[in-house]
Ligand binder design. Structure first.
Ligand SMILES: Nc1ncnc2c1ncn2[C@@H]1O[C@H](COP(=O)(O)OP(=O)(O)O)[C@@H](O)[C@H]1O
Ligand SMILES: [Mg+2]
Length: 396
């Protein structure tokens, strides 16, 4: 495209003297040929770039029909891939610099310099624009690919969930011998295994579905009123068995006086469960895990602290990204997909809150979930929020 013997230049200049000078200077450049199209106002320039292609535009910033930065902007909107070299007068060089900052590739001060200098500016502008476009194209491709991946994940997880419902439902009937005894104890045990595996698989698929929804911006919170002590209790009960098996002490320090939290209960549970299961999973025998919740500076803080293996400082931002797991012997021993923390983080952020990890290797990790003060105020409830209604006799 860059053929120095035939530069196609669009010269946008209303002053005939300036236009003549530019052309004269360029004609002195040895070994180069120019194919000029000269127009005198922005309107004609906009038409010209529609009709034919140019290698570069030389653009005066004060034209009869437009002036200053808007000149560059309007041209760029019409021909976003076209390199632009701005022509400025001696007295408006600052505007020219601003033009370069806002998208032109270079500028020249009229009446200064030689044909060679102008030529160099043109070449440079073309190369700079080319580099810019390559980057832009690469970025667009990456974004497209990422969106395709998220959509694929969402569709796949949806398809996988449907048959799992049958597997879970029927294995439950078999393991509980709901339709009569199976007569062979191993059948019951196998049905239990099928049920456990399928339930685990469903959890993994739900995580993947959630993360892909978050990435495509389709995740929404369903606000209600959450009694935090009750949710903490429910989550603790779910990991108690695992903690006992692993020889990890589990302590709860939650006051019953906590104000109700305006939040999506499923998400609060998921956040807490993800943090708790990590704390239990990454704490060796003899260690402890403590869950506490309190109002701090008006905000509600739920803290899960463990005395486990810890996370190196450099890994803390990484564990918040999907699918990342620190490479440790612990990770090899336990199942996991690397989605727990990114999900907990995203769900907290959907509530306007923050999730912070503090950790020291071999000492332990503290995860702090902070819900903003406005989520504790009753008066800010959105209309129709479940649980906020005054109970009527019909509600029982
Ligand atoms: N409490 C913790 N102590 C030590 N390491 C942790 C802790 N929580 C998370 N990690 C590290 O962060 C990684 C990502 O955690 P998570 O997103 O929950 O995924 P998963 O638990 O499925 O591996 C874990 O694999 C582990 O390496
Ligand atoms: Mg986890």
């Amino acid at each position: 495209m860059l053929n120095p013997s035939a530069f196609k230049i669009l010269l946008v200049e209303d002053n005939p003297g300036d236009a003549r000078l530019t052309r004269a200077l360029l004609s002195e450049v040895e070994g180069a040929r120019f194919d000029f199209t000269h127009v005198e106002c922005l309107g004609s320039a906009l038409e010209a770039v529609e009709r034919q292609s140019f290698d570069v535009v030389l653009l005066d910033l004060s034209l009869p029909d437009e002036h200053g930065l808007a000149t560059v902007e309007r041209l760029r909107n019409r021909a976003p891939r076209l390199p632009v070299v701005v022509l400025s007068g001696l007295n408006d060089e600052t505007v020219a610099i601003e033009a370069v900052q806002s998208g032109a590739q270079d500028y020249l001060v009229k009446g200064q310099g030689s044909g060679e200098l102008i030529m160099r500016a043109l070449r440079y502008a073309i190369e700079r624009k080319r580099g810019e476009l390559l980057l832009l194209d690469a970025k667009e491709k990456a974004e497209l690919a990422n969106r395709a991946k998220s959509e694929f994940l969402a569709n796949m997880s949806h398809e996988l969930r449907t048959p799992l419902n049958a597997i879970i439902g029927f294995s439950e009937i078999l393991k509980d011998e709901m339709l009569g005894p199976s007569g062979e104890p191993r059948y019951r045990a196998y049905a239990q295994d099928i049920h456990d595996s399928a339930t685990h698989l469903l959890e993994v698929i739900n995580d993947i579905l959630d993360i892909s929804k978050i990435e495509t911006g389709k995740f929404e919170i369903r606000e209600g009123v959450v009694a935090v002590p009750r949710v903490v209790d429910a989550c603790v009960r779910l990991v108690q068995g695992r903690a006992a098996e692993a020889g990890v002490a589990l302590t709860v320090e939650v006051s019953d006086e906590l104000p109700p939290l305006r939040a999506d209960e499923r998400m609060v549970k998921q956040i807490l469960l993800n943090l708790l299961s990590n704390a239990v999973k990454f704490t060796p025998k003899g260690g402890s895990v403590t869950v506490s919740a309190a109002v701090n500076d008006g905000a509600l803080e739920i803290i899960v602290a463990d005395t486990g293996i810890g996370i190196a400082e450099a890994d803390i931002p990484k564990v918040m990204t999907p699918f990342f797991q620190v490479d440790s012997s612990f990770n090899k021993k336990f199942p996991g997909t690397g989605l727990g923390l990114p999900l907990a983080n995203a769900m907290t952020e959907l509530h306007g809150g923050t999730l912070r990890l503090q950790s020291t290797v071999s000492v332990g990790t503290t995860a702090t979930v902070r819900f903003p003060a406005e989520r504790l105020r009753r008066d800010r409830a959105t209309p129709g929020v479940e649980g906020m209604r005054t109970p009527t006799p019909r509600d029982g």
